[in-house]
Design a protein. Structure first.
Ligand code: FES
Length: 415
């Protein structure tokens, strides 16, 4: 069993008619992995198997139908007793999907639009087939419930993201008596300080924060900027005078053949599963990629009772039909494994900053788009500050330093 320690109280959930035991409140994806299931659904068009990669809601590899609603990111949804989960995009089921033939028949490309062209008599049949091949799930069982009106808020200073940079910033703002509000989309603060594998991290601070509050957009009304925040399924329109973004980055999927197989996971996803949820997703874990992070992750894996192999190696290809069963690493060594954990810095999450007017540039050395800011974190928009990994790869100590510098600048301006 992938659980590192036994769970005292469990609830029952249903996956394609099978009963699974889960811990209430843990992410659904985590509960499925803890039940030794790696295949979550099938991809559009080629119907290749899919399983979680990032565990942060950024890759769409863990989408499932949950209680009749399609395309739910199961890594972001907490388990509730009696939940009904269905794998989607498969005929008859995701483990033996017959539509996978598409991946073998159309080796080079497949255009489902042309699939229908010039066949007027058979078009309605072909349309149905094309939808099965190319669509994502089927419509919900019932109409969405009526939403309550949005709550309007106004704040002088808003901080988004409670990882290393955000926590250091709000600690300094608190010390200097600067009023602020902190939003964090996870149900807890800490970010990689409490779920990563990095050595020598600063200790997390249990800052007062509005956790489980996800910023989903940034807009303006009559020139006044506001954030759209979803908190407990309610929309809040949060107007602000100044904004500090410390939202980190998205796990990057390295390029190698079969990199989309279930079992290929971001190193931080594996460390999150181990540290935060007590789940080791496989017995033999190839900890590949950036050496320092790979070493630290390997220690976590071993501490959880697993075997770590290929530490810091460069992947040539992943092997497996439905999920990973081996990896070939440079120069040319094939090793059996269940999980390939790809270690390395994330790609900066620049989207909100870009919407707020920051400049974003391509950095050829990190091979990422990064948010441009001065040494205090101020961007091209004087009311917008950024800190941490959204400015490029860095340790959590360096991110905390940037958070501190941004807080000092904001506190100075507040006087
Ligand atoms: S979106 Fe859920 S694992 Fe990436």
């Amino acid at each position: 069993m992938p659980r590192i320690s036994p769970v005292e109280t469990t609830v029952t959930i249903e996956l394609d008619g099978d009963q699974l035991q889960a811990r209430e409140g843990e992410p659904v994806a985590c509960a499925i992995l803890a039940n030794d299931q790696l295949i979550f659904s099938r991809s559009a068009k080629y119907h290749r198997p899919r399983g979680p990669f990032c565990m942060t809601g950024a890759c769409a590899h863990c989408l499932m139908r949950v209680d009749g609603i399609p395309n739910v990111a199961t890594c972001r949804v907490p388990v509730k007793a009696g939940m009904r989960l269905e794998r989607q995009n498969a005929l008859p089921d995701a483990r033996i999907d017959l539509l996978r033939a598409n991946d073998f028949v159309f080796r080079d490309w497949f255009n489902h639009h042309e699939f229908m062209a010039g066949w007027p008599i058979a078009e309605h049949v072909l349309l149905k087939i094309a939808r099965q091949l190319s669509g994502l799930g089927v419509l919900p069982e019932k109409a969405a419930e009526h939403r309550q009106p949005a709550i309007i808020e106004e704040h002088e200073l808003v901080v988004v993201g409670a990882g290393a940079a955000g926590l250091a910033a709000v600690r300094q703002l608190t010390t200097r008596g600067v009023p602020h509000v902190l939003f964090e989309r996870d149900p807890h603060v800490g970010g990689r300080l409490t779920s990563g594998a990095e050595k020598g991290q600063p200790a997390p601070w249990n800052a007062p924060a509005r956790v489980g509050a996800e910023v989903v957009g940034l807009f303006a009304d009559d020139g006044k900027p506001f954030l759209a925040v979803v908190e407990q399924e309610r929309l809040h329109l949060v107007f602000y005078q100044r904004l500090l973004l410390t939202v980190g980055g998205h796990a990057m999927l390295p390029t190698f053949p079969n990199n989309d197989l279930p079992g290929v996971m971001a190193g931080r996803a594996v460390s999150t599963l181990i540290r935060r949820h007590g789940v080791l997703p496989g017995k033999r874990v190839a900890c590949v990629g950036e050496l320092d992070e790979a070493r630290s992750l390997a220690e976590l894996v071993k501490g959880a009772g697993g075997e770590a192999i290929a530490i810091g190696a460069e992947v040539v290809r992943a092997h497996g039909l439905r999920s990973v069963n081996a990896v070939t690493v440079k120069p040319n060594e094939k090793l059996g494994c269940d999980i390939i954990a790809t270690c390395g810095p994330p790609s900066p999450a620049f989207e909100l900053a870009r919407c707020a007017g920051a400049e974003v540039v391509w950095n050829p050395s990190s091979r990422c788009f990064e948010v441009v800011a001065d040494n205090r974190g101020q961007t091209a928009n004087p009311a917008l500050f950024v800190a941490g990994e959204m400015r490029g790869p860095m340790s959590s100590s360096a991110a905390a330093e940037q958070g501190l510098a941004a807080a000092d600048a904001l506190a100075g301006a507040a006087r």
